[in-house]
Design a protein around this ligand. Sequence first.
Ligand code: PA5
Length: 425
Amino acid sequence: MVKVNLKGAEMFFKGNGPDYSAAAAAHKTLSEGTGAGSDFRGWLTIPEIIKETELDRIVKAAELIRSRSKALIVIGIGGSYLGARGAIELLRPIPAEDDPQVFFAGNGLSADYLNDILAKLGDKDFDVNVISKSGTTLEPAVSFRIFRELLAKKYGKDADKHIFATTDKARGVLKGLANENGWESFIIPDDVGGRFSVLTAVGLLPMAVAGIDVRKVIDCAIEEMKALDVRSPENPTWQYAAARQHLYQNGFGVEILGAYEPSFRFMAEWWKQLYGESEGKDGIGIFPASVEFTADLHSMGQYIQEGPRMLFESIVRFTKPLSKYAIPFDDADADGLNYVAGRDLSEVGAVAADAVKEAHISGGVPNIEIDLDSRDEAGFAALVCFFEVACGISGYISGVNPFNQPGVEAYKKNMFRMLGKPGAK
Ligand code: PA5
C-alpha cells in the first residue's frame, strides 16, 4: 500500500491543519453514493467485476495479438489512452525482444506524428485497439478511419479480425460498427468515466499486449481497494486529500507531481487528467503540473526554489529499486568522482531526493511524499487505486462534482462548427 508522509508539509499547515472530519464526510459521500456524480463510481468495484467478466477474454485477445503481430496501434485520447500509456511506460519502458511495439495514435491531430508512426510501423504485422466510450471523439475517430483503411489494404477480408473495439456496451457509432463488422469488443461500463477507466479493458488490453501481468494488477487492485476503505486519518487517501485541500485553502494553488523515475512521465500525465478534470471547475481547483527529477531540477528547479510561493510538491518515491548499478572506481579520478565510487546509483539518487526535499521545503514549498515499494504490477495497482480514491475524496471535500467534465465540450463545439460538421452551431 502507498504510504503518505506529511512531515515536509506540516510546517506550512495553519490552525488545526488538514481537516480529517471533512475527509471522513467526503469518503462517506463517495462510498454511499450520496454526492454529485454518484452514477460514476463504478471504478471503486471494477477490479472485482472485471475479474469475473472480461479479464480472461482480455488476456486471450492479448495472447493472440502477441502471437501474430509485431505492433499494436492503440487509438484513443484522454482517459481512453493515458492510463495504458502510463502503465506501459512505467512497467515496460524498454520492450522485450518478443513484445509487440505499442503505438499510441488518435491522441491529437498531427499529420507528422501519424506519419512517424506509419514509418516506424513499416510492413510489420499489426492489430488495432480502438478505444472510445462515446465513439464520436474526432481525434480517435479520424485516426481509426486511417488505420482501418491500412488494415483493409494489408489483410483484405481478414482485416476485421485485426480490430478490437473498447467502447460502450450498447450505444454509439463505434459499438454499431463493431456489431456490424464482427469486431471483438470490450466494454467501458456506463458508471466508469474515461479518466477512471484504466483498470477496465481500456487499460488492460494494451497493457497485456505489452507483456504486463494484468491478472496480478487486478488481484493487487482488489486488495488495495479493500485496504483503502478504512475510515481513519491513517488512511493515506485521507492524508493526501485533506493535506492538498488544506494547502490549497492557504494559498498553494499549484501541485507539482514529481518522481525520480523517467518512466513515470506518463503516469504523471494520467494523474494530471485525473485531478485536473475532476477538480478544475466552478471557478476553483488545484492546478496539476508535473516534473521529472532529477532532470527538471536543471530546468524548473530555479522556479520551484525561488519563484512565487504558490506551489506544493507531491513526490512519488519507489523505495525498493528493481535493479542496481555501482558507480565505478577510477584510479586517476580525473573527474573527481571517487567520493561516490562503489555506491549504488539509486542510493545516490535517494540522497539527491532527500537533498531536494530539504532545499525545496526551506525555499517555501510544502512537500507531500508518496512512498511505495517497487515499480512493478503491485506498485502500479497501488498507485492507481490510491490516486483514484483520493481524487473522489478530495473533489468532494472541495465541493465539486468530481465525475463530470462539462468544460471539455467548449472547444469541440467551436471545432465542429469551424470544420463544417453537419448540424454543428
Ligand atoms: O475522461 C474523459 O472523460 C475524457 O478524457 C475522455 O476519456 C476522452 O475525451 C475520450 O472520450 P471517448 O472515450 O468518448 O472518445
